[in-house]
Design a protein around this ligand. Structure first.
Ligand code: NDP
Length: 304
């Protein structure tokens, strides 16, 4: 017999919502094409980190599928900062590239913050440049960072209202936790939440997750959040993706920051890993690229 208080979870299908976003992008890309514009996205990878290689390959495949002109630049793992800066300068001035990113992590001889500062803010489709961070905080976002934006799209697709909700975010990184907190606390229809941001020095994490209507786990600690840390009816968004050694063809499996089995006994809605937040992050990168092309070429497009 199951727990009488257990809820029937809705599994949030990120792949399906992402597919809807891509359909909308398809129309915008056609409008751009009518004006002779082909949106261009470049990815830069320094070194051969296997997870990073997989990510950039997926991003390039996404480009092909929706009709974005994808360009990939590979630099050796021992590339000097100057070599990378030269690539960045070329991309900043390449009229065919509307947006690009340098895949994190970069090797230790390179300082990622400096890399971000050198990317032209108009082409910074990850939304990490300090100018874009400031604009987000000022409620004048040029590009919303892809993962938090994708999560907002999931809320919209599943009618999960953040207005007045208590949201606990586990993780305060610049790419997920902080921009997510910022977006959700804003005075806007897709915000208006009361946000608690937790991190590695937080005491009594379970108390913060149990009191939340929505828990967003983005800490990179496999299965840190389990059902015992959740109240019945919580919406659970699992951002985490860790490769864990497993007896599979690839030799690993992807594991999130949430213990799906026990959490889904409590959650009203929950994202799986894979197939939850990941596809949305990728879709929103394409979204930002199309927006960048539209802005820089002066061709208005309609994006939801
Ligand atoms: P970071 O390593 O940059 O940040 C992790 C955050 O979690 C830090 O703020 C850290 O605290 C906090 N943290 C670590 N351990 C604990 C703990 N035991 N309790 C509470 N908080 C803790 O990670 P990212 O934000 O870059 O990524 C997080 C996860 O999400 C990773 O698994 C990553 O692979 C995944 N990811 C998935 C994406 C997707 O599309 N699905 C996109 C981006 C990331 P402190 O600040 O104190 O160190």
């Amino acid at each position: 017999m199951g727990d009488p208080l257990s809820a029937m979870s809705t599994i949030i299908d990120g792949a399906q919502v992402a597919s809807g976003v891509r359909d909308d992008l398809g129309e915008a890309i056609e409008t751009l094409a009518d004006h002779g514009v082909s949106p261009g996205l470049a990815t830069v990878l320094v070194g051969d980190d296997p997870a990073s290689e997989t990510y950039v390959n997926m991003k390039q495949r996404d480009c092909e599928e929706v009709g974005v002109n994808g360009v990939h630049v590979d630099l050796d793992g021992d590339a000097s900062p100057a070599e990378l800066y030269e690539t960045i300068e070329e991309l900043n001035t390449d009229p065919e590239i509307h947006g690009y990113l340098v895949q994190d992590p970069v090797p230790e001889q390179i300082e990622y913050g400096e890399v971000i500062r050198r990317i032209s803010p108009e082409k910074d489709v990850d939304g990490f440049h300090p100018e874009n961070v400031a604009r987000l905080v000022a409620r004048d976002a040029r590009f919303k960072p892809c993962t938090p934006h994708g999560i907002q799209k999931l809320f919209e697709a599943y009618d999960i209202d953040t207005e007045g909700a208590d949201v606990t975010i586990v993780g305060r990184s610049s790419i997920v936790g902080k921009p997510m907190a910022n977006l959700l606390m804003q005075k806007s229809v897709d915000g208006n939440a009361t946000v608690t941001v937790c991190h590695s020095r937080t005491t009594d994490l379970a108390e913060k997750t149990r009191r939340a209507d929505i828990v967003i786990a983005a800490c990179g600690v496999t299965e840190l959040i389990d059902g015992s840390m959740l109240s019945v009816g919580t919406t659970v968004i699992d951002v985490g993706i860790s490769r864990v050694e497993a007896d599979t063809e690839k030799g690993y499996e992807l594991v999130g920051d949430v213990d799906f089995e026990s959490a889904s006994e409590k959650a009203s809605a929950i994202t799986p890993v894979p197939g939850g937040v990941g596809p949305m992050t990728r879709a929103m990168l394409l979204y930002n690229t199309v927006m960048a092309a539209s802005e820089s070429e002066g061709v208005p497009v309609e994006l939801p």
